[in-house]
Write a protein that binds this ligand. Structure first.
Ligand code: 1HN
Length: 348
């Protein structure tokens, strides 16, 4: 075959909408993941004042729906994505403001950093939001937020927006303009039914997404302290020395609370260091309290309260605690597990 003939073949491939594997095999099937997303840190001392300025200048209302400011990964070409599958944002709601009711097929959660006085109403169930709480808005659940107190409130929003976009599975619907539910109970209906450890209501069916909509800071704290106290007394339970962790789970199945996102809280004793690990799939970590050093491959990042870190797929991660360090973490691990793509490694 002559060069000319080969040129004509490639031109005819192109004209016919065809592409040969042999010129692209390496790009299509790299030896190991080559994420476009970069390891990156967003610092709370920058995030908070910017969110505050947005609070002064930008009203919350119908259309925009939320005063949520997305963490845009510098490797992801100007898209509002923390990683290729995860959206993370700082949301700011001022005194007496209302974020209107809507629902979407994207699954969501909020992890509260500071403030008080906001209730998120999920499918008509008013759920109070307090610092350190994790609140769920599973896929296609109606939700709006209303603020009844005098200080602004700030939280981390996590959604599976980039994944759902790639999957062409996005649906969105506005709810009524008026706020349907203004009640402010301290315990939601979902907690009345489901927040009793090990006690499953006999009348309730198993569901793919957790029916428990609030995981309270005091329960998370007690679970983590318990692991470290047991460790001090020589009993098993921690992940590794000085490192306790819990996963927020669906009480009907014991599986991840949300279908597309894994949600966890970790606590390191002062001075504790995790092993270096890497896994396929990406994650976002937020420091809830304390300070430390997060190593992402070659990069070492000092982190303090409120800072958020994006960990790309297969990037080696190691965490060192400079004080007692509490970290909230969310990842896309349930997707990889469902698709039999899970892989973990030790040292890079
Ligand atoms: C949303 O509904 C919330 O309910 C937060 O607080 C962030 C980002 C995109 C689309 C919907 C919320 C969101 C969102």
């Amino acid at each position: 075959m002559t060069d000319d003939a080969l040129q004509r073949l490639y031109a005819d491939f192109q004209a016919a909408g065809l592409m040969p594997l042999w010129t692209q095999r390496e790009g299509l099937m790299p030896a190991s993941p080559r994420p476009a997303a970069a390891p990156h840190v967003w610092r709370y001392k920058e995030l908070y004042p910017l969110a505050q300025r947005a609070g002064e200048l930008v009203p919350v209302g119908r259309g925009g729906e939320r005063r949520a400011i997305a963490l845009a990964n510098p490797g992801l070409a100007g898209q509002p994505y923390a990683t290729p599958t995860l959206w993370a944002a700082i949301q700011y709601l001022g005194p007496r403001e209302v974020a209107p009711d809507h629902r979407h097929s994207q699954g969501a959660f909020r992890f509260v950093l500071e403030g008080r006085g906001v209730w998120t109403v999920v499918n008509g169930d008013p759920v109070e939001m307090r610092p350190g709480d994790l609140l769920l808005t599973p896929s296609w659940h109606w939700h709006g937020h209303h603020h009844v107190a005098d200080e602004p409130m700030v939280w981390l929003d996590g959604l599976d927006i980039p994944l759902v976009s790639r999957l062409d599975a996005g649906f969105f619907e506005f709810g009524p303009d008026e706020v349907v539910e203004q009640a402010t109970p301290t315990t939601s209906r979902s907690e009345q039914l489901w927040a009793h450890p090990g006690l499953r209501p006999i009348g309730a069916a198993a569901t793919r997404q957790s029916p428990l909509l609030a995981y309270r800071a005091e329960h998370t704290d007690a679970a983590l302290s318990g692991q470290l106290e047991l460790e001090s007394a020589g009993h098993p339970g921690v992940i590794e020395p000085g490192h306790a962790g819990i996963r927020f789970s669906n009480p009907t199945t014991g599986a991840d609370a949300l279908a597309t996102m894994r949600l966890e809280m970790h606590r390191l004793r002062p001075g504790a260091v995790t092993a270096q690990r890497r896994e396929v799939g990406s994650s976002v970590w937020q420091v809830f309290t304390g300070e430390g050093v997060v190593s992402l491959g070659e990069q070492e990042l000092d982190v303090a309260e409120g800072d958020c870190v994006a960990v790309p797929s297969w990037c080696p991660l190691r965490i060192e605690a400079r004080s007692r360090l509490d970290l909230f973490c969310f990842s896309d691990a349930p997707i990889y597990e469902a698709l039999a793509l899970t892989r973990t490694g030790g040292n890079a």
